[in-house]
Design a protein around this ligand. Structure first.
Ligand code: 13P
Length: 250
């Protein structure tokens, strides 16, 4: 039985004070409840302070990006060891905003994924199709390519430290959620691919999150699908009560 994993991607929101108050609200609402895993992914500037607030709680810390080198002349970038030094256990890689706004390719995402795993950071590996691709009927081809190229050279053992987040781009920040059936169909396809590429055991144990306008009122119908093992939440994770309500649905 896979434990559900709910992650909040704060994106470029919350300064230091706002981050502290959001995470304090999450911690106090959650108590010691660890029926599902909870991850918060604040901006880089808040990681250290958020870590000091969550370190004795069940809440885990993730970053939203990193670079694939250990150190050096890469102005503006952050290395995996820097993330670990401020308490990160996870890093989100391949988010569609990184792919589309910042031009990250499958090749770059693959390098980042390998480097994160090498440094023992767990990866939330994001994939998903655009509206045009869905309308053209190529959703499965798109996610298949993202998985084959992005996870090139990754072993079955590495897969224990990877969560796949399926985030259809047309559902991100638009208020349009994939229906539970639409999401389940793609999740089941992804699990099948992982089974072919690695093994049925790897596929059975893999956490596949759904992301894209997850809200308190649609979370339970999505999370009750057999292949939806959690959520990667954007807008609705920016208020403690709505994030807690999604966690309660899980
Ligand atoms: P929204 O929940 O705001 O649609 O964002 C989803 C997302 O991109 C999480 O990574």
């Amino acid at each position: 039985m896979r434990k559900k994993v709910i992650a909040g991607n704060w994106k470029m929101n919350k300064d230091l004070n706002e981050s502290q108050s959001l995470v304090s609200g999450i911690i106090s609402g959650l108590g010691n409840d660890d029926k599902c895993d909870v991850i918060v992914c604040p901006p880089f500037t808040s990681l250290s302070e958020v870590h000091s607030l969550i370190k004795d709680t069940p809440v885990k810390l993730g970053a939203q990006n990193m670079y694939f080198e250990d150190s050096g002349a890469f102005t503006g970038e952050i290395s995996p060891l820097m993330l670990k030094s401020v308490g990160c256990e996870y890093v989100i890689l391949g988010h569609s905003e990184r792919r589309n706004i910042f031009g990250e390719t499958d090749e770059v995402i693959n390098k980042k994924t390998k480097k994160a795993l090498e440094k023992e950071l767990k990866v939330i590996f994001c994939i998903g199709e655009s509206l045009a691709q869905r309308e053209d009927g190529v959703t499965n081809d798109v996610v298949k390519n993202q998985i084959i190229n992005g996870l090139d050279g990754i072993s079955a053992d590495d897969m224990k430290n990877i969560i796949i987040a399926y985030e259809p781009i047309w559902a991100i920040g638009t208020g349009k959620t994939a229906s539970p059936e639409q999401a389940q169909e793609v999740h089941s396809f992804i699990r099948g691919l992982i089974s072919e590429k690695f093994s049925s055991e790897t596929a059975e144990n893999l956490i596949i999150q759904y992301g894209g306008s997850v809200k308190p009122d649609n979370a339970s119908s999505l999370l009750s699908q057999p292949d939806i093992d959690g959520a990667l939440v954007g807008g609705a994770c920016l208020k403690a009560d709505s994030f807690l309500s999604i966690i309660a649905s899980a």
